[in-house]
Design a protein around this ligand. Structure first.
Ligand code: 13P
Ligand code: SF4
Length: 354
């Protein structure tokens, strides 16, 4: 089955080390002169806008040195963050893995709150900052710790796998976590006939298709960005661009994933495009993904549709600079809760199928 084998291919590819700096294997931005940093984003930032951005970029690079800070940026960050000031970029799994070994006093998380909390769980002694506390997530908002206790009471003995897109309080009630990059392996690792996979209903249904031997129970949480895509979107794009490659994030509804050629986490999507180099591709996900790949792969044509995540887009060069200047907003987790939530994340990190 084509989709399966491509999926396994790309899963192997994502076991490569995460990028140090925005280009896989590339230099971290502080070691580059400004014109070279500008060259990285010149396809997306017109030359006329560069003088407005350069002072913030320069200030951030200086502040990172002064504070001994690193910036972890999710793949959905805009190119002017992703390609200029980020030290480590990746999907949720890569950011969690890298957070364990980060050698710095301060971590600035350019992403959303649950990612900053995960970084804090794994680095209790470090200062973790998020430039805007309002950067939430519809999935994280869809479930509470009390809901998970209710599920545990209703399904005694059924392991609870919680997507990392949740609060530390929800993680603390779970057996282990997963991301979109390892959900299949995490479920298989349990060797259980039934698994609760919460709170993303569509991710759970997409995993169910890959692991038919396990009964997966789920929750009605959705990503507000990915739930808006429809199979008709995919059919329209295929009609307009015959031969186009369609890649969908597994937070999309199953009927959207079924219409696509490949599905995987943001890192898996990125690796797939960079390795297979389709002439035309549509990334059924957040818009910055295509922009970040296109910035360095001008030969690949990216076709819309895409949707913006309003939470991810709360990050800006201005508020990253302010975070480092004022050392705000610090993300903290109650130590007793953190211990239980950390255990769920660490159990996930111990599943090493890819
Ligand atoms: P990835 O783990 O695939 O990067 O996606 C997580 C996500 O939903 C970010 O919003
Ligand atoms: Fe949450 Fe969806 Fe935004 Fe990711 S893209 S942060 S899952 S709302």
């Amino acid at each position: 089955m084509l989709k399966m084998s491509i999926m396994e291919d790309a899963m192997a590819a994502t076991s490569q080390p995460v990028s140090r700096g925005p280009v896989p294997g590339g230099l971290a931005p502080q070691s580059l002169p400004l014109p070279e940093i500008f060259a990285r984003v010149s396809r997306h930032v017109p030359a006329i806008e560069w003088p407005a951005l350069a002072p913030d970029i320069e200030a951030i690079l200086r502040l990172k040195r002064e504070r001994n800070a690193v910036i972890l940026a999710h793949n959905y960050q805009a190119p002017e963050i992703f390609h200029t000031v980020a030290d480590i970029v990746g999907d949720s799994l890569a950011l969690a893995r890298e957070a364990v070994s980060v050698d710095a006093d301060v971590i600035v998380l350019a992403g959303v709150h649950f990612m900053a909390e995960t970084a804090k769980l794994l680095n209790p002694a470090k200062t973790v900052l998020i430039p805007d506390m309002g950067a939430g997530c519809s999935l994280a908002d869809s479930i509470t710790a009390e809901d998970v206790r209710g599920l545990r009471a209703r399904y005694p003995g059924v392991p609870i796998v919680t997507y990392v897109n949740t609060s530390a309080a929800v993680k603390a009630e779970s057996d282990l976590c997963c991301t979109s990059g390892n959900a299949v392996e995490v479920v298989r690792s349990l060797n259980a006939p039934r698994v609760l996979m919460i709170p993303d209903e569509f991710l759970a249904q997409n995993v169910q298709a890959e692991v038919p031997e396990v009964e997966i129970l789920t929750w009605a949480g959705h990503c507000e960005v990915h739930e808006r895509f429809t199979p008709a979107d995919i059919r329209d794009v295929r009609e307009s661009y015959p031969g186009v490659t369609v890649i969908a994030h597994p937070e999309c509804p199953p009927d959207v994933v079924a219409e696509s050629d490949f599905s995987g986490s943001t890192a898996m999507m990125m690796n797939f495009v960079i390795e297979k180099r389709p002439a035309q591709v549509v990334l059924v996900t957040e818009c910055s993904m295509a922009d970040n790949i296109a910035a360095q792969n001008p030969d690949i044509e990216f076709i819309k549709p895409c949707n913006m995540c309003p939470h991810m887009k709360r990050m800006s060069l201005k508020n990253i600079r302010r975070a480092l200047e004022t050392m705000t907003h610090e993300v903290t987790v109650d130590p007793a809760l953190a211990e239980r939530a950390r255990a769920a994340v660490e159990r996930m990190l111990a599943v090493r199928a890819r």
